[in-house]
Design a protein around this ligand. Structure first.
Ligand SMILES: NC(=O)c1ccc[n+]([C@@H]2O[C@H](COP(=O)([O-])OP(=O)(O)OC[C@H]3O[C@@H](n4cnc5c(N)ncnc54)[C@H](OP(=O)(O)O)[C@@H]3O)[C@@H](O)[C@H]2O)c1
Length: 407
């Protein structure tokens, strides 16, 4: 799980940077508190590929400065991190402090409330990294425990804990998923030859990274242009991921007129047996195509606008739909037309640009088709991370003002 290791190292570095910052008020936390919380956040990372639609949560129980129990949330419906840590600690849980990467839940969902489990186990102190953004909790878990007489504090390493749950937080707060857009491109910014040929721009290590990004996404969104040109699978493969594949991300094809060939891999019986496949179209799409795709098990989502016909899929409405179906984090893996539209409409939170040391020339397709004319229209980015991936580079970029349309 190199991706998780890298995330943990990022969290550690971020924490060191934080510790070196001059602080004007005395921290209520000790160095040991930070170390135990860092361990809880690392444990949370183990649920990165499986916990969705729930958040990733880790918990350590500590008594006399020693860890007596560890737990993390593996998948929805299974025990929460706190309950797993209590089971791991056994009798040692009584009198312990719980370090939890997210405020404990205070309601009974698929499993019981963690606030009850913590009290029953005899936990005396609870330190959580951040409040649960879920409106069903949102401070009530901590308030309930405080009222029951436990020593409760919140906010230790909140920034680091939030990194793991960017999708869950955005879905809870804005009813939209966190959107990453991956693009493989040459050093001169090209994403495919004019003929449509694009395999392979980057080397195998970059393609392995893409597998990790897919595995941590709830859905992969692509365009009908890519389906027709490449006939891709856009799934997670064990041999490329380097870990067992427990969950395939859903696949969403943006295809206004349902031109996806019935012979395409993405709508094959094999593919539909392993994942949910959605096709987003508009209300003028041919009804017989809707029928034949639905007969195969494809979920056809039809968009229209106040009785008006749409010529293309409304991408903001599509993202809202995906959030309403509990998708926290989606990754766009499309050609320059659709990727360009997502970016131009300020719907992307993060770009993942895999840049290969190749020049594909001026006849090749751009990375993002955005028909800008003036410098005043260009998109302004901040590069937030750079990383060598074999012979290629991965640039992670934040699009400034990316949340312009996300309210
Ligand atoms: N380098 C990379 O990382 C990478 C990744 C993927 C693909 N590619 C390459 O990209 C090429 C295909 O690019 P492409 O631009 O033709 O395909 P695309 O971006 O995957 O799909 C574009 C199509 O999506 C449909 N669409 C529906 N609603 C839309 C909306 N609101 N905005 C934009 N598009 C919408 C449109 O077709 P309708 O009007 O018919 O609905 C549009 O033509 C292939 O050569 C492939 O190899 C490269």
């Amino acid at each position: 799980m190199n991706f998780v290791k890298r995330l943990i190292s990022y969290l550690r570095k971020a924490d060191q940077k934080k510790v070196r910052k001059p602080v004007s008020i005395k921290s209520i936390y000790s160095i040991a508190d930070s170390q135990f919380m860092a361990e809880a956040i690392q444990l949370a990372g183990r649920g990165l590929y499986t916990a969705t639609p729930n958040p990733c949560v880790g918990c350590v129980l500590v008594k006399n400065e020693k860890i007596v129990g560890r737990g993390w949330h593996v998948r929805a419906g299974d025990a929460h991190a706190e309950v797993n840590a209590i089971a791991d600690a056994g009798d040692e849980a009584k009198g312990a402090t719980a370090y939890i990467s997210l405020e404990p839940c205070s309601f009974t969902g698929k499993t019981g409330a963690c606030t009850n489990a913590l009290q029953t186990a005899g936990i005396v102190r609870v330190v959580s990294a951040m409040e649960d953004p879920n409106p069903k909790v949102s401070g009530q878990g901590n308030a309930l425990l405080r009222a029951a007489g436990l020593d409760v504090s919140n906010g230790l390493m909140a920034e680091q804990a939030a990194v793991l749950n960017r999708g869950f937080i955005k879905r809870m707060q804005k009813q939209l998923p966190f959107v990453s857009c991956k693009m493989a491109m040459s050093l001169d910014g090209r994403s495919a030859m004019a003929s449509g040929e694009s395999q392979w721009i980057t080397a195998p290590p970059a393609r392995q990274q893409v597998q990790q990004l897919r595995a941590s996404s709830c859905a992969i969104v692509t365009g009908v242009g890519t389906v027709i040109h490449d006939d891709p699978s856009l799934n997670v493969r064990e041999q490329n991921l380097g870990a067992p594949v427990e969950r395939q991300p859903a696949l969403v094809i943006v295809d206004s007129q349902l031109k996806t060939p019935l012979s395409a891999k993405v709508v094959s019986a094999e593919m539909l047996a392993t994942r949910d496949v959605y096709i987003a179209c508009v209300n003028t799409a041919p009804a017989d195509r809707v029928q034949s795709l639905e007969a195969r098990g494809v979920k056809v989502i039809t968009f229209s606008e106040d009785g008006e016909d749409l010529s293309a899929v409304n991408l903001h409405a599509l993202l809202s739909y995906l959030a309403s179906h509990e998708m926290n984090h989606v990754m766009i893996e499309a050609g320059p037309t659709l990727a360009g539209q997502f970016v131009q409409q300020h719907l992307v939170d993060e770009l993942k640009l895999f840049v290969a040391p190749k020049l594909m020339g001026g006849n090749a397709m751009p990375a993002f088709s955005m028909p800008f004319e003036n410098m005043s229209e260009v998109m302004d980015l901040t590069i937030t991370d750079t990383m060598a991936v074999g012979p290629d580079w991965l640039l992670t970029c934040h699009i400034n003002n990316s949340d312009k349309n996300s309210d």
